[in-house]
Design a protein around this ligand. Structure first.
Ligand code: DON
Length: 312
């Protein structure tokens, strides 16, 4: 088994020379300005070490990766009641699909597609002002990462507020079925701001350590909930590419349209990668490849170690 740092260095060097980097997210104008040549990767270990390569200290927009943290807060606060509002099945549809939501009468398939994440944010917003909830989300993420220097990029939040008509449609749709407590604009205000949290790969990898359940990592949630969040990351974390990610990587992961991926090696490590170019399902193109390489190098998979560098 190669050394983690050697593997990260080789992956970062290889990714630096790649031309086929995917497309940055254009539907959020502020994200369309991000340099597609950026690449960072970091591995946080339960013994407090963080190994990294490339642009691993530059903050990027975590976007949908924030859904893992809001799901954690929601399960901690509401427990299994949450499942009356949102399912836990893979959607097989695009992250912002409207089709399935109508078919299933306003109850989103899972907490990671946009409709499901909006329902989760709505559930934990109930009775609070968006500012209070955002303070709670930031406190959660900062405590998980052991780092107070984590903030919301308000320009990104404003940019999505101005253009997020599709999310407004999803939220209004749920409201029409009685599956939204707050006014759609209020819930979306909180949702767009949680998506606009910025973290570096090093910070994000550290923030994911609680999901490894390894001894010595922060205990943000009971072990049963952590296990279940990992299951949903595995089955739903990459939307209609979740099956492919499980096939190629074999680890629970969550992507965001900022180009980040958080990936959990249960009991062992938390990995964050960032490359802003996306594939057609809206997941980081080189980020997925990088994690596939790292997992294969290290023999990391919940399905058993792989012994060939190129299993295909
Ligand atoms: O709601 C949206 O469309 C974005 N704020 C987040 C979507 C996202 O990150 C999808 N992930 N790959």
């Amino acid at each position: 088994m190669p050394d983690i740092q050697d593997s990260l260095d080789r992956i970062a060097a290889d990714m630096a020379g790649r031309m086929d980097r995917g497309e940055v997210a254009h539907y959020i104008p502020e994200l369309a300005r991000v340099d597609p040549a950026r690449f960072g990767i970091a591995v946080a270990l339960p013994d407090d070490r963080v190994l990294s390569a490339g642009d691993s200290t530059l903050p990027f927009s975590i976007q949908s990766i924030s859904k893992v943290f809001t799901l954690s807060i929601a399960l901690g606060r509401l427990g299994d009641q949450l499942w009356s509002r949102v399912g836990r099945e893979p959607s097989g549809q695009a992250f912002n699909s409207i089709l399935q939501l109508e078919h299933e009468k306003g109850r989103p398939r899972n907490p990671f597609i946009n409709a499901g994440a909006i329902a989760v944010t709505d559930a934990i917003l109930a009775g609070h002002q968006p500012k209070e909830l955002l303070g709670e989300i930031l406190r959660f993420v900062r405590a998980a990462a052991g780092d107070d220097d984590i903030h919301i990029n308000h320009a990104v939040a404003r940019s999505e507020t101005a253009t997020g008509h599709r999310n407004l449609a999803l939220a209004s749709f749920m409201k029409s079925y009685g599956n939204l407590i707050n006014p759609p604009e209020l819930t979306l205000g909180a949702y767009f701001h949680q998506c606009a949290i910025e973290m570096s790969c090093q910070q994000l990898a550290r923030a994911g350590l609680y999901l490894t359940s390894a001894a010595g990592t922060p205990r943000m949630l009971g072990p049963d909930r952590v296990r279940r969040i990992n299951a949903i990351m595995m089955t739903c974390g990459h939307y209609d590419a979740s099956g492919d990610f499980a096939f190629r990587v074999g680890l629970p992961g969550k992507s965001g349209v900022g180009g980040g991926i958080l990936c959990i090696v249960p009991g062992k490590a938390s990995v964050a990668v960032w490359s802003p170019g996306l594939n057609k399902q809206g997941n980081s193109q080189l980020g997925t490849e990088a994690i596939e390489r790292l997992a294969s190098d290290m023999g990391w998979s919940v399905f058993g170690a792989s012994h060939t560098a190129n299993p295909d």
